[in-house]
Write a protein that binds this ligand. Structure first.
Ligand code: ZN
Length: 147
C-alpha cells in the first residue's frame, strides 16, 4: 500500500513539474476562467470541440502543486471524451475528492488524488479545473469569445 502511495505521489510531482497540455489553444471553441482565491490558484481553460467530443484541451495558469497536477491529469483524461462522458467523470472524481471513495480500475490516474479529501482546504484546489471545465462545457455549444 505504501508503494502504491509513493507511486501516486510520483505521479502528482511529475504532473506538477511537467504539466501536460499547458499553454494557449488557438481557435478554442470554449473557454472559461477558474479562480480559487483561498489558495491563489487560477487558470484559463481552452477547449476545442469536434461534434460533441473534446478534440483538444489546454490550460494556462498558476497555483499550488495539487491544483496544477489535478488540472494536468484532467486534461489527459478528458481529451477525446464527449461532453457527457467528461461530466460523468467529473461526477465520479468529485466523489473521490470529497470522500476518498475510489474505483481504481475506472479512475486510473485520477486515483492519485484520492487522499485529498483528508485536506478540505485542498479539495477546492483539486476540483477547480473540473468546475471550470463544467462551466465551459455548459455553454452548450455557444462560442465564447476570448477577445
Ligand atoms: Zn491550491
Amino acid at each position: 500500500m505504501t508503494e502504491l502511495r509513493d507511486l501516486y505521489q510520483q505521479l502528482i510531482l511529475d504532473h506538477n513539474q511537467h504539466p501536460r497540455n499547458f499553454g494557449v489553444l488557438e481557435g478554442a471553441d470554449l473557454t472559461a476562467r477558474g479562480n480559487n482565491p483561498l489558495c491563489g490558484d487560477q487558470l484559463d481553460l481552452y477547449v476545442a470541440l469536434e461534434d460533441d467530443s473534446i478534440k483538444d484541451i489546454r490550460f494556462e495558469g498558476s497555483g499550488c502543486a495539487i491544483f496544477k497536477s489535478s488540472t494536468s491529469i484532467m486534461t489527459t483524461v478528458v481529451k477525446g471524451k464527449t461532453r457527457g462522458e467528461a461530466l460523468e467523470i467529473f461526477e465520479r472524481f468529485h466523489r473521490l475528492a470529497t470522500t476518498g471513495e475510489v474505483d481504481s480500475a475506472e479512475m486510473g490516474k485520477l486515483a492519485a488524488l484520492a487522499s485529498v479529501y483528508k485536506y478540505p482546504a485542498r479539495v477546492k484546489c483539486a476540483l477547480l479545473a473540473w468546475r471550470t471545465l463544467e462551466t465551459a462545457l455548459q455553454e452548450q455549444g455557444e462560442i465564447v469569445s476570448t477577445e
